[in-house]
Design a protein. Structure first.
Length: 418
């Protein structure tokens, strides 16, 4: 793919004003001379107009989520559930709202109907200062944005750009196959920067271990990759294809497939894959209206403890070496995924009969898109594009049907912070 020579402009604001645009290298179909202005939002609180949900997304530790609406955006805390704050604008809403843990920095991309903030611009918004502190503009639509404390990653349909957070300097450019869903995920440990994205071939995932200066290609599926996620340290990858029947777990260092579980037999669109912080459980949501929970039998020796351990640390301003203690072991689990009664004939009967099925399940309306994550004390959190929030618990020993513990309609005015 030929990269044009003209640069994209980026503007960074400081307490003393706006710095001039910085040339950050060659970009795919860039817009030059991008403005850094992003005025104080003109807020409106007229609840008579119906609010349309454009997107929902978890923060990096699943303790909060952001909702992009046709009128702005809202931030919610999960446990206890409450709306933390909202920004309703007269000029339109945002289709992408990416949080950075629980801090005041967000990445925003305007919705299609948002003339002031179009879908080809990424705004880095400081809510404490109520202003934009950085901006990127492209000629094509932005498909996704991912944040670490030291990096900003922008996903276009055929390319990914990795920037340093402090000065917005371009560090890496990665070409991908067509990626309309903006698939990309990052590790969050300070001492290990790992990025996963679609490769150039069908069913392929590219893994960048930036600290080790190593690239690994994993041929995860025969069909197109539909969804994937990384562990916090980036050493394990869970994937699903467009068929949506199987979920596979890989070692990102050598590409070894460690485990395979079956969501079902019929084709399904996978909406989300989540790994628990202790890497003991995996949750999958799809258009079949069921959140499936699986027990994992894999772990990585020497893996860092809790996903929340690096939250309070300052950003790492340089790529640091990833852990190389990567002996994958079978992990003893409190529960095991059920298998077919004919699994003893593995290798004789079709693969279906030797599959690992889900350990626990929670049923939801099929007509709504849901994304799942893990809460505290054996709970699963679920948010829906119909404005619903569920918290349900599962039995870590016996599995079975999960039990609903909480339900909220988060777009209603009753949840507005007071």
């Amino acid at each position: 793919m030929t990269v044009p020579s003209s640069p994209m402009s980026s503007t960074v604001s400081t307490p003393h004003g706006m710095l001039p645009p910085t040339r950050l290298g060659s970009y795919d179909s860039p817009i030059s001379g991008a403005s850094g202005s992003f005025a104080q939002p003109e807020q409106e609180f007229n609840d008579n107009n119906e609010t349309e949900l454009l997107s929902v997304s978890w923060n990096q530790d699943y303790g909060c989520f952001a909702a992009g609406t046709n009128r702005g955006f809202r931030i919610y805390n999960c446990e206890p559930f409450k709306e933390t704050f909202r920004r309703d604008l007269k000029s339109g809403g945002f289709k992408i709202v990416e949080m950075l843990f629980r801090c005041n920095i967000l990445a925003l991309v305007g919705g299609a109907a948002n003339s002031q903030y179009p879908p080809n611009k990424v705004l880095i918004w400081d809510d404490h200062q109520s202003r934009c502190i950085g901006e990127f503009a492209f000629r094509s639509e932005v498909r996704g944005v991912k944040l670490r404390r030291d990096r900003i990653v922008v996903v276009l349909e055929h390319k990914i750009y990795v920037h340093n957070f402090m000065d917005l300097k371009l560090l890496h450019q990665i070409e991908t196959a067509a990626n309309p869903r903006g698939l990309c995920c990052l590790s969050q440990n300070v001492n290990a920067f790992v990025l996963a994205c679609p490769g150039l071939r069908r069913g392929q995932i590219r893994i960048e271990h930036f600290g080790l200066r190593m690239t690994k290609f994993i041929n995860a599926h025969d069909s197109q990759v539909a969804c994937f996620t990384l562990t916090t340290d980036g050493l394990l990858l869970a994937t699903a294809s467009a068929k949506g029947t199987l979920i596979r777990i890989f070692n990102t260092m050598d590409g070894t497939r460690l485990q395979e579980v079956r969501r079902g037999v019929d084709r399904a669109e996978i909406y989300s894959i989540a790994l628990s912080p202790n890497v003991q459980w995996l949750a999958v949501s799809s258009d079949k209206g069921t959140v499936h929970l699986f027990s994992l039998r894999v772990r990585v020796a020497g893996e860092d403890s809790p996903a929340h351990s690096d939250v309070a640390q300052s950003p790492s301003l340089a790529c640091q070496n990833s852990s190389t203690s990567l002996d994958t072991l079978i992990s003893t689990s409190t529960g095991a995924n059920p298998g077919s009664s004919l699994s003893f004939m593995r290798g004789v009967l079709p693969k279906y009969f030797s599959s690992e099925w889900s350990f626990a399940q929670f049923h939801l309306p099929e007509e709504t898109q849901f994304v799942a994550a893990f809460g505290s004390q054996n709970t699963v959190l679920i948010i829906g594009m119909d404005g619903s929030f569920y918290r349900c618990s599962f039995d870590p020993v016996n599995g079975g049907q999960m039990v609903q513990q909480e339900y909220n309609r988060f777009l209603t005015s009753d949840n507005q912070p007071r």
